[in-house]
Design a protein around this ligand. Structure first.
Ligand SMILES: Cc1ncc(COP(=O)(O)O)c(C=O)c1O
Length: 414
């Protein structure tokens, strides 16, 4: 049995996984050309690069009116504001996500109502959404987490019944398809991030896909200091400057050229990983819903069995990372953030369903198990290192399995 690298043994992999983002001469030429054009900023909105990017991005997703802006947090705030959602309104969000999903409603003046996720996919649980609806609920934000998508059939049925706006937080889901429909094109809005880690990146940036043209005009107005964007030039909004720069859009056009090949490569390696994982003990894959007809590999999550490995996911991830396989434990539950504690954030606690705002009483068992015990998150770079990259991951997990007693001791000494 070889000694774990976390205790000074030789790591399974010494070669780092490929860096991200990648670039080549095309990025340098595109930025140089934009610099030389003298058109650097986003005013008047949209600039030529931004307009071209918007058109190509909605082609990639298969629909919607695309409004690029500065990031994938503002996109959700702008969607809510375009739809007239704000003070006192409730917006249902999943408890397991990046904090932006819940801070965006707050920035729009609404109250995020945090509900549990489904154990099969770690995406929002439609049954929990249904239970959390009050007469103040105006919207649902679903997150297509890691390589999964939320159950859009169930969510759209609930939304239709209760006349709710649906925003798909697709920050992890560029290029994904649900029943062959693009992520972000099924709900009223799709929100995408282009931040440095994302599988389609320009360093910073975001795109809001709108189903309705009028909503897209309102969103474009909100991000451009309220200037009217409707055909008659009459509708002013309460706007600010969230315009995207032409330099970022120049990078975006090249990123879009590269994306299909990267997408195919990551998907092939994820399939290879799943075939190989069947031989590995104590690891469980999330379920693959057949309606998820194309998945997008930004991050990939598995469940480790704490009883088998005799430790929690934090010790497991630390030990596997020391073997040269970068993994982490993912997000904390939303209810663990100070920001969302009503007492600290001064969120008003409504009289209907107050338990949705009292985190002491809130029961979010699936989120707690995922975020505090069992989830193992991989970065997309693991899927760009060829079969060797996946083989090393598998070797690393086998090594941990052989060293379970050591992991147990490590766990006790943490
Ligand atoms: C699920 C999710 N939503 C929203 C965001 C926010 O995107 P941005 O960093 O572009 O504001 C992120 C970014 O990491 C994310 O992972």
């Amino acid at each position: 049995m070889s000694k774990l690298a976390v205790l000074g043994g030789d790591p399974v992999r010494t070669e780092p996984y490929p860096k991200w983002p990648v670039f080549d001469q095309r990025d340098i030429d595109a930025v140089t050309h934009t610099i030389q054009s003298g058109r650097w900023g986003g005013f008047p909105y949209p600039g030529p690069n931004t307009a071209e990017f918007a058109e190509k991005f909605s082609e990639l997703q298969g629909g919607g009116y695309a409004v690029p802006m500065i990031n994938g947090t503002i996109t959700m705030e702008v969607a809510l504001r375009a739809a007239g959602i704000g003070w006192g309104d409730e917006v249902i969000v999943p408890a397991y996500t990046f904090q932006a999903t819940a801070s965006a409603p707050m920035a729009a003046g609404a109250i995020p109502v945090i509900v549990d996720i489904h154990p099969d996919t770690y995406c929002i649980d439609p049954e929990k959404v249904q239970e959390a609806i009050t007469n103040k609920t105006r919207a649902i934000i679903v997150v297509h987490l890691a390589a999964q998508m939320a159950d859009m059939d169930a969510i759209m049925a609930i939304a239709e019944e209760d006349d709710l706006v649906v925003i798909e937080d697709a920050a992890h889901a560029h290029g994904a398809r649900w029943c062959d429909r693009g992520s972000g094109t099924i709900g009223d809005f799709g929100s995408f991030s282009l931040q440095s880690f994302k599988s389609l990146t320009t360093g910073e940036g975001g795109v809001l896909l709108c189903k309705d043209e009028h909503m897209a005009e309102r969103a474009a107005s909100i991000i451009d200091c309220g200037r009217p964007k409707d055909a008659d030039g009459k509708e002013h909004t309460m706007g600010v400057n969230y315009r995207w720069s032409e330099l970022h859009a120049a990078l975006g056009l090249v990123a879009l050229e590269r994306f299909p090949e990267q997408f195919t490569q990551r998907s092939a390696m994820a399939d290879y990983l799943e075939e190989s994982l069947s031989e590995v003990p104590g690891l469980q894959l999330l379920k693959r819903d057949l309606r998820l007809t194309r998945r997008s590999l930004y991050r990939y999550v598995m469940k480790m069995d704490p009883e088998f490995y005799r430790c929690n996911h934090d010790v497991f991830c630390k030990a596997l990372s020391a073997e040269g396989i970068p993994v982490d434990t993912g997000y904390p539950g939303m209810h663990r953030y100070d920001l969302f504690q009503p007492g600290l954030s001064k969120l008003p606690v409504p009289t209907v369903f107050p338990e949705y705002f009292d985190f002491e009483k809130m029961s979010l068992p699936v989120t707690e198990r995922a975020s505090e015990t069992e989830s193992v998150w991989m970065g997309e770079s693991i899927f760009r290192a060829g079969e060797q990259g996946i083989d090393d991951l598998i070797k690393g997990v086998h090594k941990l399995a052989e060293n379970r007693t050591v992991l147990e001791n490590l766990s006790k000494s943490e």
